[in-house]
Design a protein around this ligand. Structure first.
Ligand SMILES: [Mn+2]
Length: 450
């Protein structure tokens, strides 16, 4: 390996076979030492350095995996720069951002052959150890194994930074096999409330602001949706509205050029892939006021929820995005010759408040089962949230979906339990007082829409 310091901790020999059980046994046997106890040595040399030739390898990613698993169990957050120095962080995030920015709003994934499979993953929310299990269990990304992540990498869990960096490394290594979509938590608003901003500050100290800004910049580049094969649509929240109505005239006294939609003359209708392609996604926080914005598609894709109520309506519970009924699922599937909508976004806490929809105990639900196909919610953070305000934890399982040839349109559900015990760490947000779910946003605190 290039760039390793000779004098550092011993390196255990690392297999290049990505399914080699050595990795899982090393991870499983790593002891977590608390407080000031002497630390067991790192499984690989730290600090991690970026390869001199700039080319990431599967071995480098395996080193990163082992190192993050070890450091999450053995080092306080403030020691993070001794594991992953800020210059390595800068290089990885910049390299990934360049790739992500160039991707279209809706990535099309169809470079399949008869041996291909596609793994679709829902919210992971900084639960690093569960993500490591999922990657091992599903089989790591490779020539034949595609991954589509539906967003919400960070917040609530204590290892959002490690999780996001590891997934960025996979993206850089296999840009046409690993696809990272944006979730609503990949925003300034959510990360300032649910822990990721404080996590980055705690881990990078005086370089924290810099690192957090770079993460936000990278979030802006994440694509918003995917089309897998010919028949599967995925997005974090779900369906989106048409914005192609002619705008009504601006009211007197309002700022020039501000497009104003009148919801009475422009009832909600489903958007098209053409409109999705044209949406401006490089905004940190989606516009909050449907009356004051012409760029509502990113907010819909990231925040909407399926409902049993027919039709499309504004998602007043969340204050952003849409609710869509089974009839809208059918309309969308039929219109675009699709079979499946795979969306994420609702964990067990959100579902507890929606009695007309199934609970998230098994990591997925079939919300709409209609003539043309299905709408599925997929949630990949088991025993969520990591820090639970109430005594009664949900103890939900997580799930991922595998799509296989010939048509890649039949979901194979894989349900898994949380990796326990989790390292004993402090949360980066006030979980006792934070609202249970991000459905009740305090929009007043947001100020004018930006
Ligand atoms: Mn979400």
């Amino acid at each position: 390996m290039p760039n390793k310091k000779e004098s550092d901790t011993t390196v255990s020999s690392l297999p290049s076979d990505e399914s080699n059980p050595t990795i899982s046994s090393t991870i499983a046997s790593t002891e977590y030492s608390k407080g000031n106890k002497p630390l067991s040595s790192a499984p690989v040399q730290i600090p991690i350095s970026y390869p001199e030739d700039g080319m990431l390898t599967v071995e480098w990613i395996q080193d990163l995996t082992l190192t993050f698993d070890w450091s999450s169990r053995n080092l306080p957050p403030s020691e993070f720069p001794s594991v992953f120095p800020v210059d390595v962080f800068d290089t990885l995030v910049l390299t990934a951002s360049k790739i992500l920015h160039k991707e279209p709003n809706c990535v099309v994934i169809d470079d399949f052959d008869q041996d291909s499979r596609v793994v679709v993953v829902g919210d992971v929310h900084g639960q690093l150890h569960d993500v490591l299990f999922l990657l091992r269990d599903a089989g790591f990304p490779s020539k034949n194994c595609f991954f589509v992540f539906n967003g919400d990498y960070v917040d609530r869990g204590a290892w959002g930074l490690e999780t996001f960096l590891l997934l960025l490394a996979w993206k850089v290594f296999l840009p046409h096999r690993v696809y990272l979509l944006r979730g609503n938590h990949e925003s300034k608003y959510c990360t300032s409330v649910y822990g990721f901003e404080k996590e980055v500050m705690a881990k990078y100290g005086d370089k924290g602001k810099h690192a957090y800004r770079k993460c936000l910049g990278c979030f802006e580049g994440l694509p918003l949706a995917s089309l897998i094969g010919k028949h599967v649509f995925t997005a974090h929240g779900g369906l989106f509205r048409s914005v192609s109505h002619a705008p009504s005239k601006k009211p007197k006294g309002k700022k020039k050029n501000k497009v104003v939609f009148n919801p009475e003359t422009n009832p909600l209708s489903l958007g098209s892939f053409h409109e999705l392609a044209k949406a401006r996604r490089s905004v940190l926080d989606p516009p909050w006021n449907p009356q004051l914005s012409s760029n509502l598609i990113p907010g819909d894709l990231l925040w909407s929820d399926p409902s049993m109520k027919l039709g499309l309506s504004e998602n007043t519970e969340r204050g952003i995005g849409l609710l869509w009924g089974p009839d809208s699922t059918e309309e969308f599937l039929k219109k675009f010759s699709l079979k499946l909508i795979i969306r994420s976004h609702e964990g067990p806490d959100a579902r507890q408040k929606r009695p007309d929809l199934a609970g998230m105990d098994n990591g997925y639900t079939i919300d709409h089962d209609v003539e043309s196909g299905m709408c599925i919610t997929l949630f990949s953070a088991p025993d969520y949230p990591q820090f639970q305000a109430t005594e009664e934890r949900f103890r939900n399982k997580g799930a991922y979906i595998v799509l296989k040839p010939p048509k890649f349109d039949i979901p194979d559900f894989n349900v898994f339990e949380a990796v326990t015990p989790r390292p004993d760490v402090n949360p980066f947000y006030d979980f006792k007082n934070a609202i249970d779910s991000d459905e009740e946003l305090e929009l007043a605190s947001m100020g004018p829409s930006t």
